[in-house]
Ligand binder design. Structure first.
Ligand code: SF4
Length: 189
């Protein structure tokens, strides 16, 4: 997709917020830009910053394991973040940084045109689904905006910190699988 490559090149050179001063690499995203399911995380961590790849390291490995539970992998989804450059010491991205960066995610979403958006963690869910989103209460529930189904899962890093949440996440993943089978055409074909 020409538009996709143009967008990627523009994003990789972005200096629109102060995170450009401390980043090593812009992390544009990973996976299939023609996917029907878009996963959205918070921002790059240390390994992502060093490699330029999305969701690598321990949390990335756990995300791959979570995807495998419902027969997904990075060839049939796309993964992006709210901010494309690493916040120092992995702090939450500031509102000003999110607002500067969200245009890239909006443009990615417009080109991908997903049927389902899955937010990974509190920061993404509050930005994409609702500012009032409570991840401990609202994870696994469906929301809808402009015909796109949306849900949130616990962030893999949170599941590494607190494995007691994994059984709930398993159920959320099975619900996601059910919805994919119901409304997506290509994902499991
Ligand atoms: S975080 Fe986003 S807005 Fe800020 S410099 Fe990186 S790509 Fe640009």
């Amino acid at each position: 997709m020409d538009n996709w490559e143009t967008l990627k090149n523009q994003c990789l050179n972005c200096t629109d917020c102060p995170l450009c001063q401390t980043r090593t690499n812009v992390v544009f995203g990973a996976g299939n830009p023609e996917a029907e399911v878009l996963f959205i995380g918070e921002g790059p961590g240390e390994q992502e910053d060093l490699t330029g790849e999305a969701f690598v390291g321990r949390a990335g490995k756990l995300l791959d394991d979570m995807l495998a539970i419902i027969d997904l992998d990075r060839t049939n989804i796309f993964i992006a973040n709210i901010v494309k450059c690493r916040p120092p010491k992995n702090r939450d991205p500031l509102n000003t940084e999110q607002e500067a960066c969200i245009k890239w995610l909006r443009k990615q979403t417009a080109l991908i045109r997903p049927k389902i958006i899955v937010c990974l963690g509190r920061v993404a869910a509050m930005r994409i689904i609702s500012p009032d989103f409570k991840i401990s209460v609202d994870h696994g529930s469906w929301y809808e905006s402009n015909g796109v189904k949306m849900m949130a899962l616990y962030h893999p890093a949170a599941l590494l910190r607190d494995p007691r949440r994994r059984p709930e996440t398993f159920l959320d993943l099975k619900e996601l699988e059910r919805m994919i089978k119901k409304i997506c055409i290509h994902t499991y074909s």
